[in-house]
Ligand binder design. Sequence first.
Ligand SMILES: CC(C)=CCC/C(C)=C/CC/C(C)=C/COP(=O)(O)OP(=O)(O)O
Ligand SMILES: [Zn+2]
Length: 443
Amino acid sequence: MSEESEREMNPAAVAPPCPTVTQRDQWTVESQVFQIYQLFATIPPNAQTLMLELQRDNHIEFLTKGLRHLSSAFSVLDSNRPWLCYWIFHSIALLGETVDDELEVNAIDFLNRCQMPHIATTYAAVNTLITLGGQKSLASINRDKLYGFLRRMKQPNGGFRMHDDGEIDVRACYTAISVASVLNILDDELIQNVGDYILSCQTYEGGIAGEPGSEAHGGYTFCGLAAMILIDEVNRLDLPRLVDWVVFRQGRECGFQGRTNKLVDGCYSFWQGGAVALLQRLYSIINKQMDETSQIFTISDVSEEKGSLDGTSSHATCHGRHEGNSESCSADFKNIGYNFINESRAQEPLFHPIALQQYILLCSQEQEGGMRDKPGKRRDHYHTCYCLSGLSVCQYSWSKHPDSPPLPKLVLGPYSNLLEPIHPLFNVVLDRYREAHEFFTES
Ligand SMILES: CC(C)=CCC/C(C)=C/CC/C(C)=C/COP(=O)(O)OP(=O)(O)O
Ligand SMILES: [Zn+2]
């Protein structure tokens, strides 16, 4: 994702038609990355450990500087500020640090004055308030008003508009559903037809696009998959095809690209790495879909004509919540997010977490603090947030329980690199999520 589109994050634009990445662009990036890896391979082990060290103090300094700058202008209600708050506070929380009380109080006050005119901004504000945690922060969220806003943004085709007259896309679906789920206001009205809309965005490649007919992209794939899980309709997606698409987005550079034939970028460590972490907990559904597909292939040898007449296809059909009559669809959404992290998952990660940690630490990390898209690009808060989130996903990707500490060999570099675990559906630090879950279940 280029710097320009990151600035466009809110109001977030739909991925533009894929501009051509030339073979030369690809070689330039590959040679920069491989030079770093070659240098790394030739230096002594103690120097290697230093190179792989997460520069915690420098990251904190970069983040607090950004926060001070931001808080000096908290009176300005600019729509990107809640995003900056989220990227910075979430990064600080991932690093296991806190900020001083005054900054926290100012941030809570500021976020409450952002009157939720935009769903993605609302998501950033809510995730920040959850990250700050505590009674004052959580109680400051006006759930009734927010529910009314989400209902107003809801469209008959199942999607959500980002804001009045704004775009309808998969990001708006995810941010609406994520906020409603974590605040415990998700209901049948909000969910209605969301699954149909997201399903219509899964492309022939297997990934998910921003809108029907567009190109599959990592950012939207994470959003679509997470939203489908939260509304309990994930089994309607073609999951084997989705796995196939996403795992092949991790390339020779060891990091992920956002879409086919595009360049590696550190922020996809979370969008794609996070999607794989979600898929790792959907193992039994994926296996079931694969079994069904192989049965269809076997049967189709003898009943090809019948299949083409009655519309049977190998594409995943609905099961579970979406099957049967609508009464059985009145699911209890309250605990989907909570239960999800406790689901057993595939023993082995479906991507290469050590290789991804290598890309993040050696190619995205700036030694002076902050993270970037790729070597040669500038650090920024967006990449710092999503590179750290992706790093956390990698470190815990073998853990049986969501927050059981990983074995030292699974954390690349010194063990002090270990970050806090996140809840992969919401991208907030796990213990903050648990506090919010309890708070909004009881209140
Ligand atoms: C929760 C939330 C709001 C999620 C946002 C998800 C997300 C990152 C969407 C991508 C949007 C976009 C315009 C990508 C194209 O960038 P590009 O063409 O510059 O990048 P590329 O070359 O890597 O595709
Ligand atoms: Zn990026």
